[in-house]
Design a binder for this molecule. Structure first.
Ligand code: PMP
Ligand code: GLU
Length: 384
């Protein structure tokens, strides 16, 4: 009855856990959630005000499908300045980041194509690859290597069917940041083997140590790289559904074809607010990242203090990906913690085969909740 395409894909593991959490909260359960990957901060006031102004000004109709010109310009300027990817408005498509991913899969992948992605990786990559009829090929990473793909591992996963490689640095679910020389080595292979790169840089500003490097900035990479990012994480704007794709003009035109047949354009009145986010004060973002760093350190100390739990020190995003030494599958562990501790975490297995034996904890939560929630995890694990 449903398409084979749909039946091949499970529900999003991250969103599924979040849905259970909101149901339990509605029922009055005192649940502490470390499941959802979204900042718990409010969208800064200057951005909200810009949105209200545009509503009042009656900016409530369709916009050009690629986004309003001034926003495309602001994104191009930001990308040239911060990401060192020299580009203009013509290289920008304004679109929700997750929708960019979906359109890219439909625009570039055919049945039989292989797509390399890190193992573990964010849940929706495998899903969109499968929906497009292509084959996800996981490149294993190791806890000991801070979950970074190595140049050798990427090279050995390539076949004549490899069409695309996904990079996500800083990473969801591990928080790891890929070193520049590894990215350069991977870029060289992609050029040599004629492979496209999808670089998901949504956590580009949430970084505590090391530097964020865009793979699309290396010589010879612009024309083969699809760089996606957005406002959700940097400016605590997950509900606004606003992001972008940076690519060659030819690629933007191709993906825009899908935009015109799907969402038409992004919401109109949020686009002037996005200009304010990019060009206005960056103070709230800086404060938020400082706060996340404190929480990372706190959560790390608390987790590493639990018997049978070990966690490395991620340099970015707001996730910890601890491994545990209990004989229980990560799906079952997450359910056990939900029932016994009233704490929500995401099972590591949702993020790929290498995620088995791990769980993901989002520390986009108050210090009080981190202390209480990880305390509850400790108590529940001690009973296993
Ligand atoms: N990429 C990664 C790695 C993510 O974690 C997320 C989750 N928000 C997205 C893309 C999608 O971002 P958005 O919700 O802004 O579409
Ligand atoms: N990216 C976030 C997460 O991993 C939000 C949910 C989703 O889009 O997967 O939790």
């Amino acid at each position: 009855m449903f398409s084979k395409r749909l039946m091949d894909v499970p529900e999003s593991g991250t969103v599924a856990i979040a849905n259970i959490v909101s149901q339990l909260k509605q029922e009055g359960v005192n649940i502490i959630s470390f499941s959802m990957g979204e900042p718990d901060f409010d969208t800064p006031d200057n951005i909200k005000e810009a949105c209200v102004r545009s509503l009042r000004d009656g900016f409530t109709h369709y916009t050009p499908s690629m986004g309003i010109p001034e926003l495309r310009k602001a994104i191009a300027e930001k990308t040239t300045r911060e990401n060192k990817i020299a580009c203009t408005s013509k290289n920008v498509l304004v679109t929700p980041t997750k929708h960019a991913l979906f359109m890219i899969a439909l625009a570039y992948l055919d049945p039989g194509d292989e797509v390399l992605l890190p193992d573990p990786a964010w849940v929706s990559y495998e899903a969109v690859i499968r929906l497009a009829g292509a084959k996800p090929v996981y490149v294993p990473t190791k806890f000991e290597d801070n979950f970074c793909m190595s140049v050798d591992k990427v090279a050995s996963a390539i076949t004549e069917r490899t069409k695309m490689l996904i990079i996500n640095s800083p990473s969801n679910p591990t928080g790891s940041v890929m070193p520049k020389d590894t990215l350069k080595g991977i870029a060289d292979i992609c050029i040599e083997k004629n492979i496209r790169v999808l670089s998901d840089e949504i956590y580009e500003h949430i970084i505590y140590e090391g530097e964020h490097v865009s793979i699309g900035s290396f010589d010879g990479m612009f024309d083969r790289t699809l760089t996606i990012s957005g406002l959700s994480k940097t400016y605590a704007m997950t509900g606004w559904r606003l992001g972008w794709l940076i690519a060659s003009e030819k690629d933007i035109a191709a993906v825009n074809k899908l935009q015109t047949h799907s969402i038409t354009c992004c919401t109109s009145f949020t686009q002037p607010a996005a200009i304010e986010a990019l060009r206005g004060t960056q103070e709230p973002k800086i404060k938020m990242v400082e706060e996340f760093k404190k929480r990372r350190d706190l959560a790390l100390d608390l987790l590493n203090d639990i018997k049978g739990v070990e966690c490395n020190r991620p340099e970015g995003a707001f996730y910890l990906f601890p491994k545990y030494d209990y004989k229980v599958l990560s799906d079952d562990l997450a359910m056990y913690l939900m029932k016994d501790a009233h704490v929500a975490v995401t099972p590591g297995r949702s993020f790929g085969p290498a995620g088995e034996g791990f769980f993901r904890l989002s520390y986009a939560a108050s210090e009080e909740n981190l202390t209480e929630g990880i305390g509850r995890i400790k108590k529940s694990l001690s009973k296993l």
